[in-house]
Design a protein around this ligand. Structure first.
Ligand SMILES: [Fe+2]
Ligand SMILES: [Fe+2]
Length: 430
């Protein structure tokens, strides 16, 4: 670690004995910089304003027509406030009761404070301004726009497994920023080790800067995100919610499930009950461990119940990660003896972690070992999906539409029987 950084962290006052120490540090700093050993900023004593910092966020955790959940983290103890309003005067304020996090680094012990609040009684389809506070400092002025009640268009991105490679994660985020998505869903494995608090800043919050202040990022829990300290829940689950939740945005109803902590016996009924209460024309579910996956981990979460349950629930797209690849399956037809939807399963686990191969099969529409994300554009009954790589190149595209709640015949003619997919899955089950 650079000498200057060590000094900044220590935040010592300038008494006479320590002044000698400071001089020694300054000489040392200049010497190291002169020989090119460390790219150091100019040496100076930090002001109180600089010492108090917002260390994560602000981060938009949830957004609906009438409320928004915001998270941020400070290095100084609160309570602090978020100020917000329909204009830059920020006429409303909410105080927070922060959650204190203590963790160890190799040479120090760190204490940080997580703040999470709901902004209530918002108006649909309106731009809101907000600013979060730390002691003697504050964030930049941020904005978000609530969904309109009659919105019939939406654009959103889905990706997974951004862990372990923050540079790749950042490239993916930059491609998403260019495309101006309304929301983002990340299907888990956000960091290499969920119990290592440093990684949450480096691998997750850092790469999402410039996006998550104004665009809601719905993060799901993967197997790498678990920790006995519950860092995932403390950072990313708003007050009063759990890691299983749903939301609406225009023509889309989206259920996000924690299928790593929960078994299929617990999670599948949640999905069924939630979808049964939605009249949205497009229904999505996302969870970490795929129910169809040929390659990588060869996952088959929920076998044998998941496929018929999701079809019965009327799901259109099931988005998962865990295996680090892109694979889009042909639509899976409902069971031959039951009604249900044709479900398109996509494994999109390539936003950072080391890639896995895919075993292409007749059940795939397209599959590739590549870092990427998925971008959906829905305008009423029309849906476009593009899989886009880290350089912005489109690697796969899908166009479908619905009439009377039924997908177009050209797409349905490409469907595969559920019984055949399950037999193939069974023959490869570990
Ligand atoms: Fe993974
Ligand atoms: Fe995973």
């Amino acid at each position: 670690m650079c000498v200057a950084r060590l000094y900044r962290r220590s935040q010592i006052s300038c008494s006479v004995p320590t002044l000698q120490l400071v001089c020694l540090f300054a000489v040392l700093t200049a010497t190291i910089a002169a020989v090119g050993g460390c790219n150091l900023p100019p040496f100076r004593i930090l002001t109180p304003k600089e010492q108090s910092r917002i260390t994560k966020g602000p981060f938009l955790l949830r957004l609906s027509e009438h409320r928004a959940a915001i998270m941020w983290e400070t290095n100084s103890e609160g309570p602090f406030t978020v100020s917000y309003g329909r204009d830059e005067k920020l006429g409303q304020q909410i105080n927070t009761k922060p959650d204190r996090v203590e963790y160890s680094l190799p040479r120090s012990r760190e204490t940080l404070f997580i703040h999470k609040v709901w902004l209530e009684n918002l108006q649909p389809g309106q731009v809101y301004y907000y600013r979060v506070m730390a002691r003697e400092t504050e964030s930049m002025l941020c904005t978000f726009k609530t969904p309109g009640t009659d919105a019939d268009e939406v654009r959103f991105a889905v990706y997974g497994d951004c862990r372990s490679n923050p540079r790749m994660h950042r490239k993916i985020v930059e491609r998403i920023i260019e495309r101006d998505a309304d929301f983002v869903v990340i299907s888990g494995d956000l960091v290499t080790d969920g119990g290592n608090y440093e990684q949450w800043g480096v691998q997750f919050f850092g790469p999402l800067k410039g996006l998550a202040e104004s665009t809601p990022v719905y993060a799901l829990k993967g197997n790498h995100d678990k920790s006995k300290q519950n860092y995932f829940e403390r950072l990313l689950v708003p007050p009063g919610q759990t890691a299983n939740f749903s939301f609406d945005y225009g023509p889309v109803h989206f259920f996000c499930a924690d299928n790593y902590s929960g078994t299929e016996i617990q999670v599948l009924p949640l999905i069924g009950a939630d979808m049964g209460g939605s009249a949205s024309p497009w229904k999505f579910v996302s969870y970490h461990v795929p129910s169809l996956n040929f390659g990588g981990h060869w996952s088959n979460w929920g076998y044998p119940s998941a496929l018929p349950t999701l079809s019965k629930a009327g799901i259109d797209f099931a988005m998962a990660g865990h295996s680090h690849q892109y694979e889009r399956f042909r639509p899976v037809a409902p069971p031959s003896d039951a009604d249900g939807s044709y479900v398109t399963y996509i494994t999109s686990g390539g936003a950072g972690a080391g890639l896995h191969g895919v075993e292409r099969s007749v059940y795939h529409a397209y599959a590739k070992k590549i870092h990427h994300f998925c971008l959906f554009d829905i305008n009423r009954d029309k849906l476009t999906m593009k899989a886009i790589d880290a350089n912005g190149e489109v690697i796969d595209q899908l166009w479908v539409n619905k009439a009377g709640g039924r997908l177009n015949n050209e797409y349905l003619q490409t469907a595969v029987p559920m019984e055949a997919v399950r037999a193939y899955q069974d023959s490869h089950r570990k």
